[in-house]
Design a protein around this ligand. Sequence first.
Ligand code: G16
Length: 540
Amino acid sequence: MVQFQEVTKQSALHPKPAGLVLQYGTAGFRTNAKLLDHIMFRMGLLATLRSKKTKATIGVMVTASHNPEEDNGVKLVDPMGEMVTPTWEVYATQLANAEQDDLLASLKDIIEKESINMSQEANVFVGKDTRSSSVSLSKAVLDGVSALAGHNYGLVTTPQLHYMVCCQNTQGEYGEATMKGYYTKLSQAFIQLTKNASNCTDDQKHLSVDGANGIGALKVREMESHLKKELHISLFNDGSTGKLNHQCGADFVKVQQKPPTGMNSGERCCSFDGDADRIVYYYTDSEGRFHLLDGDKVATLISTFLKELLTQAGLDLEMAVVQTAYANGSSTNYLEDTMKVTVRCTKTGVKHLHHAAQEFDIGVYFEANGHGTVLFSKAAEEKIQRLAEDSSVANERKRAALLLRSTIPVINQTVGDAISDMLLIEAILAIKGMTIQQWDAIYSDLPNRQLKVKVADRRVIDTADAERRAVSPKGLQEAIDSLVRKYREARSFVRPSGTEDVVRVYAEAETQESADSLAHEVSLAVYRLAGGVGGEPEPL
Ligand code: G16
């Protein structure tokens, strides 16, 4: 077949280094950019097959998000803007690891297993972040789809690409599949929603944003003009001088628990990550103490706001908050015990949280690292709409229903989106007349610490119970259990990262000293029992 001849010809220009094996991880393939050319080409092929199979537009985003500048990566986006379905993650790994001579056979195998009609048209949207390697790597993706009609969006945030795919596949029902469409939808919804905030001063409308020297900085600048001064943004780490994610960005702020460089963090601030799908907030108080409001605090703020409105509207809709093992214990307790909200825990990776959130009328999902959004079921949206239009309901109920209805379009429901989350948070704070200090005071985080341990092969660690328990290597979980028993209000777990070649260690306890010491002791246990390399972890 002509198509296969073209694949053979093109793939010779994107050869696979013999013996290299890579896995479709937490958020796609991710490693040093130099190893990814053949992967990109092959993901272009796979996205084309997925498009033919689903008869819909598929997205390919070239980014390594929070990873350092020299890394890159790629993830596939399914028709409704969600992460690609797990069966196709398996195909992605299969195709990525087929040796050069076996590529065609591997491709044909997928076509056969999925009964793909190769004469079906395909459409693939491709986007990239600001990494220097993204230019040639996104070209490699396009080579993979070149025989077919691809649409290259060029520089976009990851959630913008998810949004475009969903708009395209809903024939515009979700929005217009252009950058202008994205800015217009979100900004108009934000302006409409914040009309419900009374007496908002200019100071309260001001926010400092750390763009992580990445794509989010470019895009927040573009968004600003659409906001009609309803939000005044001071942008830092805009990419003009600094390096991507270096000493800045949401991952740095969350893990280091300190403000990014180049920013005065005295007031309300937020940080995006390298592809703008995560957001964390923070401020430094008058005594110089840094306060982080991470994804758990964001989930609490949003779910409190929604729950209050549901109660006022008298709407019987089931709302849940979905978290991962990284969620601070205080947040889970607050949500369950004080707010009486259903809480679910899933494995790390927004794809897992997203699916769990879909099981509820309203699913608020956030990873502690600031990655998350809110999902409304179709039925929930319709109920809210009906109530908002019902002229017979009393004033308070009506106001709540109208507020709920205005909240929905501010949210990018396809995936976590730093720009959309920022607008939602800003609107909620304005409507509730709440300062960042009051938001922070909803509950107090248990002190915590995250560390990374280098091991020869991180796959030796296997976990269960939403990654809260290690089932291998032998003896590791017992070691963690006995270390945890030494501290008050303590908890710890370890898991292999799906985006970096490390094992992640999380610990929380009553005091920061205890959390630090527990994290260090657990790191040592990982190092000793799971084949650590590069020297034993030092105490903090
Ligand atoms: C990706 C995923 C997130 C995950 C993070 C870290 O984020 O989308 O869901 O929390 O990686 O994953 P891991 O601990 O497995 O390395 P991003 O922002 O880097 O795309």
